[in-house]
Design a protein around this ligand. Structure first.
Ligand code: NAG
Ligand code: NAG
Ligand code: FE2
Length: 473
């Protein structure tokens, strides 16, 4: 952050730390198993990995396959408490028709990835199967160099689709639009909820409008991705049931995925600190809300507040009670948690899944937007030449690279989390609470900076000075 307060931690090409996560760094490390595992925790998609305590029935791996030198056994490693096995399952993509690019059929797989946390705290992939099927072999690190690398490349390409459409577009951009539209429709400007949330909706409708015209359109990015325009909606439709209230609240999400004690998981560490700062440490949201609502009855009787949440439930979550999204607010606590989730989603969560897109995807082999040969069905048939034929054409690659570069750029009028350009609140107590919130975010910035100084690769995406107040890009 320079003296003007504008956050610019790294200038391009200038390394303040031993290694900055950048396309150059990724080019040097993308083939390494430890880096492949690291990305499930701290890359642009930290949302898929979960602890695995029982192998899926369609993934029949045995001790001899994954621990050939007998260093561990699966039964012990899978145990419920402090188990060391993790799973990433892209089944949501299974069976979706892929695009045709430059006259060539493309391939989109739905891989299963098994990972093992080693005693030295690396998360190592130990088995990968493409769309589980009889004729798809399970690949292991002991296979030939290119068999194993190709297996990982198909995972990284599935992750490009899963991240872009589910984790980034649906779970942040489109959700934030639902929250914003419901706010504008139902809540007047003088209402405290409006004052609290409107800064977190800045530019979101404009950004999504432009995205619909220029990016997620027939002529935008889809001519160059594995799904294409036609399959894009299927991915969103299939993703929607997984967008539950608990999966949007990071403390609940981490617990549900069994990831409380995974080492080196900075998305979780920083995300929980931010959640607590928004929600609890200085009780920012809670104290603002309880300043205006003295008891649960007052919450229940606020018809504007109730219209805000029922509109979200009906039009954002299609009235699906299985999502756990409240249809109305009965208590102050429910309201505080929901508002915390909205602020977190529009700021920290979007930063975590948006800002690193060029860092990780600028070196295309680490995140291929599409692949143009099927995965091998027989071991020992891949080589560097088949890998090169599998990667997308140069002209498709550069289109996607330019989009990732644009989406990762900090905007010229960036407003960091907790900074409010307009004084919506006029009373002393809410204004004091905003100052406390800002002070707490400064502490968090110092904590994250100190932590990053000791890391080989710093995790900066959720540093409050790098987190934008709203979804603006
Ligand atoms: C809630 O607060 C209002 C306003 O102070 C008061 O009139 C009402 O009796 C309270 N209700 C309950 C259940 O405490
Ligand atoms: C893109 O590149 C491919 C492969 O080199 C080529 O066949 C195709 O004609 C190119 N498309 C355009 C629009 O230039
Ligand atoms: Fe974004």
């Amino acid at each position: 952050r320079d003296s003007s307060g504008h956050s610019q931690i790294y200038s391009w090409g200038q390394k303040k730390f031993s290694s900055v996560l950048s396309p150059d760094y990724v080019q040097q490390h993308w083939k390494e198993d430890a880096f492949f595992g690291y990305q499930f925790l701290n890359g642009v998609n930290p949302m898929l990995i979960r602890r695995c305590t029982a192998l899926p029935s369609n993934f029949p791996v045995t001790d001899d396959m994954v621990f050939p030198s007998g260093q561990c056994n699966l039964a012990d490693e899978l145990k419920v408490t402090n188990g060391n096995i993790f799973l990433c399952d892209y089944k949501l993509l299974d069976g979706l028709p892929a695009n045709t690019i430059n006259g060539k059929k493309q391939y989109l797989m739905a891989p299963l990835v098994l990972l093992h946390k080693t005693p030295d705290d690396n998360l190592m992939p130990i088995a990968i199967q493409q769309t589980p099927a009889e004729d798809n072999p399970i690949f292991f690190p002991t296979d030939s160099e290119y068999d194993w690398l190709m297996a990982k490349i198909f995972v990284r390409s599935a992750d490009f689709t899963m991240h872009g459409l589910n984790v980034h577009l649906l779970r942040t951009h489109l959700l934030a639009e639902v929250f914003a539209v419901s706010l504008l429709r139902n809540v007047p400007m003088v209402h405290p909820l409006y004052k609290l949330l409107v800064p977190h909706t800045r530019y979101t409708l404009q950004t999504n409008f432009l995205a619909r015209q220029l990016l997620i359109s027939k002529t935008g990015i889809f001519p160059f991705t594995a799904t294409g325009y036609d399959t894009f909606y299927s991915v969103l439709r299939r993703s929607l049931p997984s967008v539950t209230f608990s999966s949007l609240c990071i403390p609940d999400d981490i617990a549900e995925r069994g990831l409380e004690d995974v080492p080196n998981f900075y998305y979780r560490n920083d995300g929980l600190m931010l959640w607590n700062t928004i929600n609890r440490c200085y009780n920012f949201v809670e104290r603002i809300i309880t300043y205006y609502y003295r008891n649960d009855t007052e919450v229940q009787q606020d018809s504007e507040l109730q219209k805000w949440i029922s509109d979200i439930f009906e039009h954002g979550f299609l009235s699906q009670t299985s999502t756990g999204i409240p249809q109305r607010f009965a208590t102050i606590d429910e309201l505080v948690k929901f508002v915390t989730m909205v602020i977190f989603t529009c700021s920290a969560q979007h930063a975590a899944v948006n800002s690193g897109q060029y860092d990780y995807g600028g070196w295309m082999p680490n995140a291929p937007p599409t692949l143009q040969r099927p995965p091998p069905t027989t071991k020992g048939t891949t080589s560097e030449a088949t890998m090169m034929q599998t990667f997308p054409d140069v002209n498709a690659t550069v289109q996607i690279m330019s989009v990732l570069w644009l989406l990762s750029k900090e905007s010229s009028d960036f407003v960091p989390l907790g900074q409010y350009q307009e004084d919506h609140f006029t009373e002393d107590i809410p204004r004091m609470l905003i100052k406390c919130f800002q002070a707490e975010l400064e502490v968090l910035n110092a904590v994250i900076k100190a932590r990053n100084n000791g890391l080989k690769v710093p995790y900066t995406y959720m540093d409050p000075v790098k987190v934008e107040n709203s979804i603006a890009i």
